[in-house]
Design a protein around this ligand. Structure first.
Ligand code: APR
Ligand code: ZN
Ligand code: ZN
Length: 367
C-alpha cells in the first residue's frame, strides 16, 4: 500500500511517500479502503515536538473508507459498509466500559495487536508503528472494529472523515462533556478545525450566546457562519473583559481548543459563577497553568476539566453527526478546505501551520 511515513521527530520533520505491506485481518480486525484522510493538527504536533511518539510510523487518524475484508470475529461491520474511524479506544468488557463509560476504558490497548502477534504494517519485513492504531495516511488501514462506526452512504468521504476527529472532539466536548443546556452561554477559544465544531455543538445544544475567540479575523468570519453569535479577536482586545461584558459577568462554559497556556488561562478567567472550563487542545508536555484557588474560587464554584476526543461514544455519536449533516443541521462542507493527493501532505501541513486553512483531506492516493 501507499503511505506517508514519518521517520524522524523534530521541528523540521516531514513525511516520506513510501510503499508498505499491510497484513490481512485477524479476529475483530477490519481492512479498509481509505477514501479520505484528514490532516489533523495533532499529527503535526506529534512529529514536530518531542512528545514521545515512536518512529518509523504511519500517522493519520481521521479516516473514512469502505470495508474491504473482515476478520472472523467481526460482528458490527460488513464488507461494503462506509465507515469512519474514531480513536476512542475501548475493550467493551472492563468495569468502566460496562458502566457506560467506554471513554474511560481501563484497557485502551485492546484495539492494538497483542504482543507476539505480527505487526499490522511492515516495510521490507521490518515493523512500522501504526500510530493511534489507525495509520490513516495510507490507502489501506487495518483496524479493530471497536473504533469504526458505520455511516449513511450518502455522506461524501471527505466530509465523513472529519467527523472522526475534528467533529467528535469539538462537538463532543460541548454535548457529552459539558452537557450544555438551552440558553447557556459558551465561549470557544480557537476556531480552527476542532473549535468550529465546538460552535456547531453549542448550536445543536441550543446555547444562548456563543462567543468565538481567535486571533485570525478570517477564522472568526467562518466562526459566524458556523453559528457564533459574537466574535472577539484576542490580538486586538482583551478577550476576558469582552466575554465578561457580553455575558454580564462571565460565561457558563468555556472551551480551549488550541493547547496554549495563555488561552487556557483566559478560558478559566472568563468564567462566571458556577462556570466550567474545558481544556481540549493538546498542550506541550509539562504544560502548567497556575490558578488562584483561594476562597473566591470556592465560592464561585468554578471547575476546570480536561476532555479527550469529546468524550465520544463513537458507535452512537458518529452516525448521529452524519445524519445531522444530511439533515442540513451540521456544517461539514466548510470544514473541508481542500482535497489533496498523498504526495501533497507536507505542503498542506505547512499551510495549516501558517493559518488560513481549516482541513486538507487526502482523497487522491495515485500520486
Ligand atoms: N489565541 C486565540 N486563538 C489562537 C491563538 C491564540 N493565542 N493561537 C492560535 N489560535 C487559533 C488559530 O488562529 C486557529 O484558528 O487557534 C486555531 C487552531 O486551529 P487549527 O490550527 O485548525 O487546529 P485544530 O486542528 O483545530 O486543533 C486544535 O486541538 O486536537 C487538538 O492537537 C490539536 O491542539 C490542537 C487543537
Ligand atoms: Zn485529530
Ligand atoms: Zn474497557
Amino acid at each position: 500500500m501507499k503511505a506517508a511515513l514519518a521517520t524522524e521527530i523534530g521541528p523540521e520533520a516531514r513525511f516520506d511517500i513510501v510503499d508498505l505491506e499491510i497484513d490481512a485481518p485477524k479476529g475483530r480486525e477490519v481492512l479498509l479502503d481509505v477514501r479520505a484522510s484528514g490532516l489533523c493538527h495533532s499529527d503535526l504536533h506529534a512529529i514536530r515536538n518531542d512528545w514521545g511518539f515512536p518512529v518509523p510510523a504511519v500517522f493519520g487518524h481521521e479516516i473514512a473508507g469502505v470495508v474491504l475484508e473482515v476478520g472472523p470475529a467481526v460482528t458490527d461491520v460488513k464488507v461494503g459498509d462506509h465507515v469512519v474511524a474514531c480513536v476512542v479506544p475501548y475493550c467493551g468488557s472492563c468495569r468502566n466500559c460496562l458502566a457506560g463509560r467506554s471513554v474511560d476504558c481501563l484497557h485502551p490497548d485492546y484495539i492494538d495487536r497483542r504482543a507476539g502477534e505480527p505487526p499490522r504494517i511492515t516495510m521490507n519485513g521490518e515493523p512500522i508503528v501504526q500510530q493511534f492504531a489507525v495509520g490513516g495516511f495510507a490507502d489501506k488501514a487495518l483496524v479493530n472494529e471497536n473504533i469504526l462506526a458505520v455511516i449513511d452512504k450518502e455522506v461524501p468521504f471527505p466530509q465523513a472523515c472529519v467527523i472522526g476527529c475534528a467533529v467528535a472532539t469539538g462537538a463532543g466536548a460541548v454535548i457529552n462533556a459539558a452537557h450544555v443546556r438551552v440558553g447557556d452561554s459558551v465561549a470557544v477559544f480557537g476556531t480552527g478545525g476542532v473549535g468550529l465544531n465546538g460552535i456547531s455543538g453549542a448550536v445543536l445544544a441550543g446555547a444562548g450566546r456563543i462567543i468565538a475567540v481567535d486571533i485570525d479575523d478570517a477564522k472568526l468570519d467562518v466562526a459566524r457562519r458556523f453559528g457564533a453569535t459574537h466574535t472577539v479577536n484576542s490580538s486586538q482586545e482583551d478577550a476576558v473583559a469582552a466575554i465578561r461584558e457580553l455575558t454580564g459577568g462571565g460565561v457558563d462554559h468555556s472551551f480551549e481548543f488550541i493547547g496554549l497556556q495563555v488561552t487556557q488561562r483566559q478560558a478559566y478567567e472568563c468564567l462566571g459563577k458556577g462556570g466550567s472550563a474545558y481544556v481540549v487542545g493538546m498542550a506541550k508536555s509539562g504544560s502548567t497553568v497556575v490558578l488562584d484557588t483561594s476562597v473566591p474560587f470556592l465560592s464561585a464554584g468554578k471547575a476546570v476539566r480536561g476532555v479527550s476526543m469529546g468524550s465520544t461514544n463513537l458507535k452512537r455519536d458518529i452516525p448521529m453527526y452524519a445524519d445531522f449533516y444530511l439533515q442540513g443541521r451540521m456544517n461539514l462542507d466548510d470544514l473541508v478546505s481542500q482535497e489533496i493527493a498523498l504526495s501533497e501532505i507536507n505542503d498542506a501541513y505547512d499551510q495549516l501551520s501558517r493559518g488560513g486553512i481549516i482541513r486538507s483531506v487526502i482523497t487522491d492516493w495515485t500520486r
